[in-house]
Ligand binder design. Structure first.
Ligand code: GCV
Length: 724
């Protein structure tokens, strides 16, 4: 009896504490990310209550159901009362319909909405004023539902809606660098969310939330496994696991893709080679494609990293990347799948003339000659810059250089080189800067955005890929502000001509509050944060100076690694005269890979933007900048500015304490302190090293590094995360 009483009391206590504590603890732990649906206040609440009186969903398919569930969940959260389902029209109802599902003709759609677009309009139907979401297909209704929720959550006027939106890119993918053992290469948010071990039986509820978050920003595909792939991903058990994930993601319009290991026919098919022109190899891949499509009828296709960083590929058989891609494309073609072939290659080794050796040239050298040789279901995926996701890189010269080939943009959302888990370095400005860069291939206005939208060369197959920053951390991305990068990536993939500032504001409105006294300082912190990282890590066009392997922290002095291009010293080329990589015609000639007007501008220091000087030129330490100061002094000032910016972010964030919930406030505050410490470390170590070469005094007012150079050189980080 006593035991039962104790048990009952414990249960009661547990119920009480969970009721008392759980909502508050859970509410702001970041799990809901930007889909918090926080309770609206004042006129926004009145507006929502008047324009979300009921929900009428005319379609019955899984995506329409997902839209219905999301609208009910979202408006219930924002209004504090349920959004009832209805069948009869009434004032203030939200109506969702594709033309085929509507019993009566819908008001004519004002524009071609395509396969995924939608319109949201305030219209009169049968004498009732309603918010009508229309689309040609159900997935458009889901995207429209998320947009309506975004409008409500950001305080838009819901009384007079008239908007439509269609994605400018067809494939909007996340690339997970997730390994089958649960680790994530360059992952800083815990382990992989894919529980491969328990799939296909156990489908973690988290997968649906992953799908909701992605659908809310228009992502429509996900590559489940690392490009440094294992052939096991293509075996029957793993195909069944991928199929289970596909079944969860499908209603949200998200297709699954797999990274394919080139040597799979040997490793799991027991063939003697993987030569793309060997009929047995082609037959093996065709059979494998059939097997995958039998399990996953809407499988997206294969992503391939070949002949790069030790991965096998068609060049092992003296075939080209096009030979390899086309063989896989033929296997996928009957099923409507695509091959996404990565242009991130560097394997050729040093050129005979060391003056011409330049890793930045290799992708162009390998791929440009293949333009026109790829099958029509192949895309070539090109990183934003020619090296590797640096804090700043000029746009990749392949953009605009392969008019006959659809090129897919690859951005890295996870911040391998931008402070990893802790630094607040909002990537929106990086996306925007790259996409607005003018390739000039068809004259002014031939922006990178236009290239990937297929507008310059009339490509229908278009796309963008983002290396995911998602992991098992409760807040998905390792920090609240890292969620902004995931969000911004989706918004730029939907519309590459987006504005980083608008996206930041929209994200902050949903993530924190719509109060402009809070949002304005947050957006302002975010907008300068990436430039600050450039300043304290790699100012004025420097690149790839991070620690070996883990890429955490500064190591510009490293010069003894096996291959020249593994060494930071290869990239900065600092000597007694100056610093920077000469890529002009007196150096590696890499500028010749750009269209003539761009190449011409880059050939002279006077017409190269200062922010890219050391990427393209070897510049004397005493060279005068536009400001009148010398290069050396300017470099030091950039380092100083980067550190000062982080200190200013700390002050701003501290001033917001009363407006931000405790948990997210505390973590951000702590991470900003880490960022400040590490920015100082980057600055001090870099200055200590470069000063040992430049032999110049520090400009007046700039403090000496805290330690001597040897102290920084002696630091090691064997357990830094993210190596996969
Ligand atoms: C998946 C960089 C990263 C690697 C990554 C590679 C790639 O080199 O450091 O971790 O490998 O890019 O994009 O393939």
């Amino acid at each position: 009896m006593l035991a039962r009483l104790c048990c009952w009391l414990l249960t009661l206590f547990a119920m009480f504490t969970s009721l008392a504590l759980a909502p508050a603890a859970r509410a702001e732990d970041g799990y809901q990310a930007w889909l918090r649906y926080a309770h609206l206040q004042g006129t926004a609440l009145q507006d929502a209550s008047a324009h979300a009186t009921a929900l009428i969903v005319m379609d019955k398919g899984p995506s329409a159901k997902a839209a219905q569930a999301e609208l009910q969940r979202g408006f219930a959260g924002m209004m504090g009362k349920p959004l009832p389902l209805a069948t009869a029209l009434r004032d203030g109802a939200i109506v969702l319909a594709t033309p085929g599902a509507s019993p009566r003709p819908l008001p004519a759609s004002p524009a071609d909405l395509g396969d995924e677009g939608y319109a949201i309009r305030t219209v009169t139907m049968a004498g009732k004023t309603v918010t009508l979401i229309t689309a040609n297909h159900e997935i458009g209704l889901l995207y429209g539902a998320f947009d309506l929720l975004r409008l409500a959550a950001t305080g838009a006027d819901l009384a007079h809606l008239d908007q439509r939106s269609t994605p400018k890119l067809k494939l909007r993918l996340l690339n997970h660098w997730d390994n089958l053992d649960g680790t994530v290469e360059r992952g800083y948010a815990g382990f992989s969310i894919w529980d491969w071990w328990h799939l296909p039986d156990w489908k973690d509820p988290r997968y649906s939330d992953y799908a909701r978050l992605n659908a809310s920003i228009g992502i429509n595909g996900t590559v489940l496994n690392n490009v440094n792939a294992k052939a096991d991903s293509l075996t029957a058990p793993y195909i069944a696991k991928a199929a289970a994930l596909a079944s969860v993601l499908r209603p949200y319009g998200i297709k699954v893709y797999l990274s394919a290991k080139w040597s799979a026919p040997i490793e799991i098919g027991h063939l003697k080679d993987a030569d793309p022109l060997d009929p047995q190899v082609a037959a093996w891949w065709a059979a494998k494609a059939n097997e995958i499509y039998a399990a996953i009828p809407d499988f997206g296709g294969f992503l391939v990293k070949a002949n790069s960083e030790g991965q096998p590929g068609p060049q092992d058989y003296h075939r080209t990347h096009a030979d390899g891609a086309n063989m896989l494309a033929a296997a996928l073609k009957p099923h409507g799948g695509v091959v996404i072939w990565r242009a991130f290659v560097y394997a050729a080794g040093a050129q005979k003339d060391p003056r011409l050796d330049d890793r930045a040239k290799q992708a162009y050298d390998d791929f440009k000659p293949l333009d026109g040789q790829f099958a029509d279901n192949v895309m070539v995926q090109v990183k934003n810059g020619a090296i590797d996701f640096q804090p700043r890189e000029p746009f990749h010269p392949l953009f605009g250089a392969m008019p006959k080939t659809p090129l897919m943009m690859e951005f890295q959302i996870t911040k391998e080189y931008l402070g990893q888990s802790t630094h607040l370095t909002y990537l929106g400005p990086l996306f925007e800067e790259t996409l607005r860069s003018d390739t000039m291939v068809n004259g002014p206005g031939s922006t990178v955005a236009k290239v990937i939208e297929g507008k310059l060369d009339n490509h229908k197959l278009t796309g963008m890929a983002g290396i995911a920053n998602i992991g098992t951390d409760r807040n998905w991305s390792g920090s609240t502000f890292n969620q902004a990068d995931w969000y911004a990536y989706g918004r730029f993939a939907w519309n590459p001509e987006s504005s980083a500032q608008t996206v930041a504001r929209e994200w902050a409105d949903q993530t924190f509050t719509t109060d402009p006294r809070v949002v304005a300082p947050i957006v302002s912190m975010m907008m300068g944060s990436r430039e600050a990282a450039v300043d304290y890590m790699t100012p004025l066009g420097l690149a790839h100076l991070m620690g070996t392997g883990h890429h955490y922290g500064p190591a510009p002095w490293v010069s003894d690694l096996g291959r020249p291009e593994w060494n930071p010293a290869y990239y900065h080329k600092a000597d007694a005269q100056g610093i920077g990589f000469d890529r002009t015609m007196s150096g590696s000639e890499a500028i010749a890979q750009y269209a003539p007007p761009v190449a011409k501008a880059l050939s002279s220091l006077a017409t190269t933007p200062e922010r890219e000087w050391l990427w393209f030129h070897h510049v004397g330490w005493d060279q005068k900048m536009a400001s009148g100061e010398t290069l050396w002094d300017a470099m030091v000032h950039h380092y100083d500015h980067g550190v000062a910016y982080v200190a200013a972010m700390q002050t701003t964030w501290n001033s917001l304490r009363p407006s931000i919930d405790q948990q997210r406030f505390d973590q951000t505050q702590t991470y900003l302190a880490i960022q400040h410490r590490e920015a100082q470390w980057w600055r001090d170590a870099s200055i200590a090293y470069f000063q040992s070469i430049s032999k110049r005094p520090l400009p007046a007012g700039s403090a000496a590094p805290e330690h001597r150079l040897d102290w920084y050189k002696a630091l090691t980080f064997p357990y830094a995360p993210g190596r996969g």
